[in-house]
Design a protein around this ligand. Structure first.
Ligand code: KG4
Length: 331
């Protein structure tokens, strides 16, 4: 079964082809360089670039996979959540392709896509606990089966990726901030004392806005006192506080729910500090840890094609051409 996945929820235009076992192609056209000058994604600019690129990306994905449009069995497209203008470009292209070649289509949740990045080269083992960490979400999710999501905890304010991006900005680092902070953290020592907000609360929720503000205040206070800030050490301290809190609560939840496996998903799952610590904290348990390959951590259509394949295997249901973009969409 050949699934063609389409992803355009933010600033990556991507089309991929999955045959149920392997990714035959995964073309990702990133707009990072376009948005860098603005310090973040400008939605209208993102939509226009998707329009410009989407046909090229479709063509390239089919060519690289060496398959014809008529060979495709199912079209899977990101339906939400995301930037509405960006979503609509991918959805319109996917529906046009499905209509022109008489192919069935399904709509998928972008966050489910991130989770299924773990199924591309690995095997999810249920029940599992997913730590979803992206620019817009920070959630702990229990999965007892494919497409069975129970959110047991989430951030009460900033998503962890958002906190990374704001900290990067105050440190003078370019957009997207997460990878830059991760890089500096590796060079520094976590010697600044930063709070572990909500680490020891009884629930599985998180809060990152206080930590982010502490970093911003520290930099501003040092500036006012004409004292130097060591940004490597500050990034290391921030990353340590984030990773410590995330892994502590993830382990607590994994043990309480008796899961077999812990997975991470979303853009921040590319964070080297988080990946290393996660393996470390579960070393003394029977719980296995799975992290997605780096190339499938940030937005891409391979994860959508893979999620589409498993969705169809479970439900055998397709949708009509009235699929629309959903800026907000629950898992
Ligand atoms: O999942 P994603 O690609 O987009 C959505 O939010 O849907 O995640 C993007 C977020 C950004 O905030 C980015 O700074 C962060 O993921 N990110 C990282 C790393 N790579 C990307 N954060 C920390 N460390 C990284 N290595």
């Amino acid at each position: 079964m050949l699934v063609l996945g389409v992803e355009s929820s933010c600033d990556e235009t991507s089309v991929a082809i999955f045959d149920g076992k392997n990714i035959l192609s995964n073309v990702v056209l990133s707009q990072i360089d376009v948005h860098k000058q603005f310090g973040g994604v400008v939605p209208e600019v993102a939509s226009r670039h998707h329009v410009r690129n989407v046909s090229i990306v479709f063509k390239e994905a089919l060519e690289r996979a060496n398959v014809k449009a008529t060979d495709i069995d199912l079209v899977a497209v990101t339906e939400g959540p995301g930037l509405i203008g960006s979503l609509l470009v991918g959805i319109t292209a996917a529906k046009t392709f499905a209509m022109a070649y008489h192919k069935p289509i399904i709509g998928l949740n972008h966050l489910a896509g991130h989770i299924y990045a773990n199924q591309i080269e690995g095997e999810m083992k249920f029940p599992l606990l997913a730590l979803l960490v992206s620019g817009g979400n920070t959630e702990l999710i229990i999965m007892k089966d494919h497409f069975d999501f129970e959110i047991i905890g989430e951030t009460l304010d900033d998503a962890v990726g958002e906190a990374y991006d704001k900290v990067a900005r105050v440190c003078g680092l370019p957009y997207p901030g997460g990878p830059a902070v991760d890089r500096l953290a590796k060079e520094g020592t976590p010697r600044y004392d930063l709070p572990r907000v909500m680490k020891y609360t009884d629930d599985y929720n998180f809060s990152f806005s206080g930590l982010k503000s502490s970093v911003i205040n520290l930099v501003h206070n040092n500036e006012q006192r004409h004292e130097e800030t060591n940004f490597n050490d500050l990034c290391a301290s921030f990353q340590e506080a984030v990773v410590d809190t995330l892994t502590y609560k993830t382990k607590k939840a994994a043990l309480a729910y008796g899961v077999k496996q812990v997975i991470i998903a979303g853009g921040v799952s590319a964070n080297k500090g988080l990946r290393e610590r996660l393996f470390e904290v579960f070393k003394d348990t029977d719980i296995t840890v799975s992290v997605p390959p780096f190339k499938y951590c940030t937005d891409n259509a391979a994860m959508i094609a893979c999620a589409g394949y498993y969705h169809y295997q479970k439900y055998h249901k397709t949708r009509e051409l009235d699929i629309n973009g959903l800026a907000d969409m629950e898992l």
